[in-house]
Design a binder for this molecule. Structure first.
Ligand code: SAM
Length: 293
């Protein structure tokens, strides 16, 4: 087998990381179809889902399961198959494997074994949302899912607050309200959010608004809380970054002299920073200091 990068069949002993549709089944490249049709093995996160995609494109092949719970064990198997000279196509349930999806561990094992990994680019929810968001300057940080628990989520957001690039998050419908509430409550005024829902599907919507208005917008219609979401928040302005650095610096100074509650109260009073964010950072700083001791 030859010509991996051209028109030919998949090469022996090669792992292909294949992007698949995030909704619309027609969003698949010619090269992806060729690799899926001709690879010796298709390893899929959800075999039933992938079987539907394959059937839609007249590919009669039974995928093997490779998901979050068996990825470590399957990594060894895949390396074995590749060493035997077979070609393997790896797909996730939707989009690009390894991005908030299984795949990264397998790829690491295969590369560590000195075997070849070839990406077959295609759909990805973050990039699809970003390219239609109208957020200028083209730079973003891909975060994926925020933590499920509120305190951890707010701490994670506070840690991103000073970045001047856009922030891209994935979110599930049952947590969309909490996540947007915490983004609005933790980040400085003046940010913009783009809520991209059900991309490439029948009810696709991409709405852009001030972050502080997003919770109300979502609550105004329960349909707006349904489906799959990408959230994009514009980066921190120069002014907010300076302000953020200032309160963080003051908090660190006060924490070295005062109890936590007092340090938080004084930081908020002195800088106007949000209590929640200051409190989260203070807790994190104290935890780090305790670990060092
Ligand atoms: N690997 C995928 C990718 O490349 O985008 C992401 C998989 S992750 C398990 C699934 C999450 O991606 C969803 O919860 C949602 O946040 C986002 N997502 C996937 N498909 C989407 C779509 N059609 N519209 C909006 N968000 C989507």
């Amino acid at each position: 087998m030859s010509e991996v990068h051209g028109e030919g069949r998949p090469e022996n002993g090669t792992l292909y990381v294949v992007a698949t549709p995030i909704g619309n089944l027609e969003d698949i490249t010619l090269r992806a179809l060729k690799v899926l049709a001709e690879a010796d093995i298709v390893a899929a996160e959800d075999t039933r889902n992938t079987a539907i995609l394959l059937a839609r494109h007249a590919i009669s092949k039974r995928p093997v399961a490779l998901h979050e719970h068996n990825e470590a064990a399957m990594a060894g198997k895949l390396v074995h198959w590749l060493r035997e000279g077979r070609s393997v196509a790896l797909v996730s349930d939707a989009g690009t494997p390894g991005l908030s999806d299984p795949g990264a561990r397998v790829v690491a094992s295969v590369r560590q074994a000195g075997l070849r990994v070839v990406p077959i680019p295609g759909p990805n929810a973050a990039v699809s949302a970003f390219c239609a968001s109208g957020i200028p300057d083209g730079r973003f940080l891909y975060y994926g899912y925020l933590p499920a628990r509120s305190a951890a989520r707010r701490a994670a957001i506070a840690g991103l607050a000073a970045l001047d690039c856009a922030l891209v998050f994935y979110e599930a419908p049952h947590r969309i309200l909490e996540a947007v509430d915490d983004l609005a409550g933790t980040l400085a005024e003046g940010r913009t959010i783009v809520i991209a829902r059900e991309l490439t599907k029948v009810y696709e919507s991409i709405e852009r608004m001030p972050l502080r208005e997003a919770s109300e917008w979502l609550r105004a219609d329960s349909n707006r809380q349904r489906g799959e979401f990408v959230l994009i928040v514009s980066g921190a302005s120069k002014q907010a970054r300076t302000k953020g650095n200032e309160w963080e610096r003051i908090l660190d100074l006060l924490l070295s002299e005062l109890p936590l509650a007092q340090a938080v109260r004084l930081t908020c009073a002195a800088t106007g920073a949000k209590r929640k964010a200051v409190y989260e950072r203070a807790l994190a700083a104290v935890a780090t200091a305790n670990k060092k001791e």
